[in-house]
Design a protein around this ligand. Sequence first.
Ligand code: NAX
Ligand code: ADP
Ligand code: K
Length: 528
Amino acid sequence: MMPLAGQPLLTAAGIRAAEDAAIAAGATVGSVMARAGQEIAAAVRRLAGANAILIVCGPGNNGGDGYVVARLLREAGLDVRIAALAEPKTDAAKAARAGWAGPIEPFVDAKPAPILIDALFGTGLTRGLDAIPAENGDTSPARHPGLEPGSRFLTEEAAGHRVKPGVTNNGAESSSGPVAPSPAKGGAQSDRTIDSATPIATKLRALADAAQLTIAIDLPSGVTTDDGRVLSAIPSYDVTLALAAAKPSHLLQPAARHCGAVRILDIGVPAASSVQVLARPTLPPPGPDAHKYSRGMVAIVAGSMPGAARLASSAAMRAGAGYVLLLGDDPAGPDALVHKPFSTEAIAETRINTLLIGPGLGRDAAAEARLDAALATAHPLVIDGDALHLLRGARLTQLAHRDAPIIFTPHGGEFDALFGASAAGKIERARAAAAQSGATIVFKGADTVIAEPDGAVRVAPAASPWLSTAGTGDVLAGAIAAMLAAGLAPLEAAAAGVWLHGEAARRCGAAFIADDLAQALSAARAAL
Ligand SMILES: NC(=O)C1=CN([C@@H]2O[C@H](COP(=O)(O)OP(=O)(O)OC[C@H]3O[C@@H](n4cnc5c(N)ncnc54)[C@H](O)[C@@H]3O)[C@@H](O)[C@H]2O)[C@@H](O)CC1
Ligand SMILES: Nc1ncnc2c1ncn2[C@@H]1O[C@H](COP(=O)(O)OP(=O)(O)O)[C@@H](O)[C@H]1O
Ligand SMILES: [K+]
């Protein structure tokens, strides 16, 4: 089981291409599924102990994985049951199903177990969980010879025949009414029913609520693979076992919050991508030849809200900048902070390695003048907050003519204002914005995405939600400016700044303020 840091992120198409390449190199879908099943079973045995297990299987290869895992765990002596949503459709899943000697319960009738394994859908999910195709509603034994007499799959139509309101959250029956016989466990009467208006996702939530440990194979069923969307009201899992590689939805919100701890399983399908999970940076400490200018000089342009620029200054110093210059009229801040009034001469100082503008800048005429002066310099730039709003239009197009690197650090609102709102995924949007502007984009949020104009992307794993407090973005901008001033390439500088910011937040615990976060950057930097 590999952790996520530094790993490639593959889309559904990317993982299919990787699997095709493995097949071209001699594997088969069946051999890959067999390996996946072994890796999943080994992981489940470590996680589940001796507890009884329910595996819910869908019609595709995700379900196929479930059948393989069930067989291996039962061979290992564990108490395993399977509940199927539909007959296997793929050859590999059919073969895996044929290898399972035990009974198969219809999903609708599945009774909970302490361990729930979700093998309903993975990268092949194309629509919400409750949009089950009508063909699955035909559950006659002739059409589904693998099923015991009386078996049926859950469809809205089928569920409707068994109308019963009142399925509680934990799946317990709360009313009486017509109940179809259960095919499982010797044809005993089903002791619970499902409301026609509360189909698959509700059943899945009930099974998850009743379990002590929930594990999703590859992805929680009901999330998209590529863009973090959640298509149905699904449960949140404790663990998600990603096959071959992590997928964007393991990190992008809102899907990421349903994944729990994500671990990658090596199933013999090599994966590579220019889209990767943020890695812990390598930042060597200063050497014997270091001096304040060699460590990087950051100049920060102050504006109408001086606290924000001070926070950014404090962060830049504590992230490791050798010299931080605050350009404005604010005399406050740490003693180590150098103050100068703003002027076009001061901003053009040649020893400045990176200029940060935006935190607390304001949006008035004075702010516009300061931004134009900053854009007229040849310095590498970090542009945040108010400056991003002022960039709209002609200023944005002019940026393409600058040689020095530029990093934008927009939150969602600033991103929409600059590049337009869109329903597309966050990676796609960040990449398009980087290509359009020529800048490195740090698209902030609980799922921060960093994109380069050449298409390289780093996606940060979930950071502390306690970061949702005023001024933490100013701290991030300061940290990134320090990294750029130290000479890191823009993508690496942005990635290192985001990593230090997340690590500082982790060290701060709960209910911290942005001042504490800036302070904690020293310890985060020292831990590298
Ligand atoms: N790519 C790889 O390298 C490997 C993939 N494997 C597994 O294969 C999975 C992908 O398999 P598939 O491509 O068969 O896809 P899935 O198993 O995710 O499901 C595909 C099937 O479900 C149907 N379907 C999609 N959305 C539905 C919905 N909302 N309601 C009802 N039916 C729906 C599709 O029409 C199709 O029949 C992966 O997630 C993984 O678990 C493993 O077997 C091992 C190797
Ligand atoms: N719920 C959250 N989970 C994780 N990180 C968050 C969350 N909310 C905000 N952040 C992070 O906190 C920072 C907030 O930045 P920003 O919105 O610019 O705030 P401000 O302008 O007040 O400084 C960003 O780095 C963002 O990624
Ligand atoms: K799944």
